[in-house]
Design a protein around this ligand. Structure first.
Ligand code: PEP
Ligand code: MN
Length: 365
């Protein structure tokens, strides 16, 4: 395939809102030329991916881990593009990386989570790309800071880059066992709401840090209307030089994508739309009732507040609060509702009741 064809293919596929999902796959790190080429060929054979990834410079959390093959790996990526016919993407962390990637004709760049945290580094990358027309993706910073993530995108947009994407790879959290990086989906959803024009990909590999829950996290991202996925794949995952626990073979990857259920948006389907609208009416109605009831509850709370004030009774009576909580937990269980949710809900209502009564206690008269 000629470079122009790859270029056109990339334009057509990249960040295209018309086609979901766009799938990026490839090893965590480029290790050897054979490993890179074989992974790419076997991935291409699955027909389930669009863009080939590999880390060339690896920002590792602690020293003495494998830090990437460096510039040596770039000609391997060029072979993936020219011989296997896949567009390529590489992580860049500074201006030098950008310069080398451009020199070796890498199609798409991405900024890693440890770089997004640093506005100086992102700005340096942005400056190196001024006037260059190349797609670039920004992973969320390792800390759950939405503004920092958006700031990275704004810096790239400010130098004139047009094709910018985001990658949700979860947020680090001390002591977390289940996920390597907690997904905190609400942050990604808030990102979508605030930057609806930026396509967003999910990287289940770095969220999970393990293989057994990759599929379910990838599926969740699809159900949340992400534009695509980035998944680490290796020809011999157990012996990978980095992130061995989370990588899967190209064939396992192929099955995983095949088994995913891709639910469609409903905007263009009038039947789905009217059915959903109908069900949403019901939700709106219930929400109105809940709000009315809550407002009635707060009125009673304020009356009780007045009474406590007149009679010099403390706002919080532990015994009464325990009673409320226990009753709610019991009711929640009977109605098959999530206990954790109900505790959160009742705590929020209780806190607001205390606030209301405190206002009354503070008032002059
Ligand atoms: C990677 O994609 O290999 C990587 C280093 O990821 P992150 O920046 O999300 O940690
Ligand atoms: Mn990795």
């Amino acid at each position: 395939m000629s470079n122009t064809q790859v270029q056109e293919q990339k334009k057509e596929r990249w960040i295209s809102a018309d086609r979901r999902p766009v799938v990026i796959a490839g090893p965590c790190s480029a290790e050897t030329e054979e490993q890179v080429i074989e992974t790419a060929k076997r991935l291409k054979a699955t027909k389930k991916m669009d863009i080939f990834r590999a880390g060339i410079w690896k920002p590792r959390t602690r020293p003495n881990s494998f830090e990437g093959v460096g510039v040596t790996g770039l000609p391997w990526m060029k072979r993936v593009k020219d011989e296997v016919g896949l567009p390529t993407t590489v992580e860049v962390a500074n201006a030098k990386h950008v310069e080398l990637c451009l020199a070796f004709d890498i199609d798409i760049l991405w900024i890693g989570a440890r770089t997004t945290v640093n506005p100086f580094a992102v700005q340096e990358i942005a400056e190196a790309l001024r006037g260059v027309d190349i797609p670039i993706m920004v992973k969320n910073p390792i800390n759950p800071d939405l503004a920092l993530w958006m700031g990275g995108i704004e810096r790239l947009s400010a130098v004139g880059l047009k094709e910018i994407g985001a990658i949700h790879r979860g947020f680090s959290n001390l002591g977390e066992k289940f996920y390597r990086n907690r997904p905190q989906w609400q942050i990604a959803l808030e990102f979508m709401r605030k930057m609806p024009e930026i396509p967003i990909y999910c990287d289940p590999s770095h969220i999970c840090g393990r293989r057994d829950i990759l599929q379910e996290v990838g599926q969740k991202a699809m159900d949340l209307d992400f534009n695509g996925l980035m998944i680490e794949t290796h020809i011999d995952p157990d012996n990978a030089w980095s992130d061995a626990n989370q990588q899967i073979t190209p064939e396992t990857f192929g099955t995983m994508i095949t088994d995913m259920v891709l639910r469609e948006g409903y905007e263009d389907n009038p039947v789905l739309q009217s059915k959903l609208d109908y069900m949403r009416q019901e939700i709106n109605h219930i929400d109105d009732e809940l709000l009315n009831l809550l407002s009635n509850r707060m009125k009673v709370v304020r009356d009780i507040g007045e009474y406590k004030k007149e009679n010099n009774i403390t706002i919080l009576q532990q015994k009464r609060w325990n009673e409320i909580l226990e009753k709610a937990i019991k009711l929640a269980a009977e109605r098959e509702m999530n206990t954790e949710f109900i505790i959160k809900y009742i705590n929020a209502v209780h806190q607001e009741s205390i606030n209301q009564q405190e206002e009354i206690f503070k008032a002059k008269k």
